[in-house]
Design a protein around this ligand. Structure first.
Ligand code: PGA
Length: 264
């Protein structure tokens, strides 16, 4: 059975001491579970100090972004090569990057390939905007984003990647996650089927089953378990609620309870 993956995307929040404090509190609350993987994604600046403090049996680290060239004259950028020993995962194609920083399909594809080339697991975010949803374009958008992003991967490399379905319209501003509209379970399930079908057509059924698919968008302690129980969902990518340790540890508790219920 696949491990449940819960990723805390702290975005551009928390300086080093704030992040250390949150880590400390999470460490006290969160127990080790062999079927649950907890990943923290702080800002680039905080990765190094946090890597010295984390209990690796409990937490892994993810970068929120990196540049697809391994080295060179790229002022201001950090490469996947530089992150190799520091992180296990990297978030790629987040809608913040696509829509606020103009990253197109080709850039996302190059970043996915660079992550894999450097032994880092990409967490590829895909999802439709509100307008695309209203126009009935959701499936086409997911298809284009998934197919283009994985197009440089071999059939061996595809098994390791993680895909996060994050409808852009469902993402919180960071604080309003408790009151934000989120998709119906049936709509999430449909999106997951579409994502796995794309992988299946390109790489076969086995690959499509082994890829972990997460949901992201205004998840919280009260909605987490229901979201994780959606058919085909293997975990959550959490933004706003991951900055609050009650909320985030509540989300992790939801995963424990779910796995325990499955074990019977
Ligand atoms: P949210 O963010 O949980 O605050 O909606 C999720 C994300 O942007 O990854």
């Amino acid at each position: 059975m696949k491990r449940t993956l819960i990723v805390a995307n702290w975005k551009m929040h928390l300086n080093t001491s704030q992040a250390s404090l949150l880590l400390h509190r999470l460490h006290e609350r969160i127990k080790i579970h062999r079927d649950i993987e907890i990943v923290l994604s702080p800002s680039m600046l905080v990765l190094q100090p946090l890597s010295l403090q984390i209990d690796r049996r409990k937490f892994r680290l993810a970068a929120q972004n990196a540049f697809h060239k391994d080295e060179g004259a790229y002022t201001g950028e950090v490469s996947f090569t530089m992150l190799q020993d520091l992180v296990h995962y990297v978030i790629v194609g987040h809608s913040d990057r696509r829509y606020k920083f103009g990253e197109g399909l080709d850039t996302v594809r190059d970043k996915v390939a660079a992550a894999v080339r450097n032994g880092i697991v990409p967490i590829l975010c895909v999802g439709e905007t509100k307008n695309e949803r209203l126009q009935g374009e959701t499936m086409q958008v997911l298809h284009d984003q998934v197919v283009s992003a994985v197009s440089n991967l071999t059939s061996r490399e595809i098994h390791d990647i993680v895909i996060a379905y994050e409808p852009v319209w469902a993402l919180s501003s960071g604080t309003d996650y408790l009151h934000h509209e989120i998709p119906k379970p049936g709509d999430i399930a449909k999106a997951v089927v579409a994502i796995r079908n794309d992988i299946s057509e390109l790489y076969g059924k086995k690959a499509s089953e082994s890829v972990r698919v997460l949901y992201g968008g205004s998840s919280s302690a009260s909605t987490a378990r229901g979201l994780m129980e959606v058919e085909g969902i293997d975990g959550l990518l959490v933004g706003g609620a991951s900055l609050n340790y009650h909320e985030f540890s509540g989300i992790v508790d939801g995963a424990y309870r779910m796995r325990r219920a499955e074990e019977g």
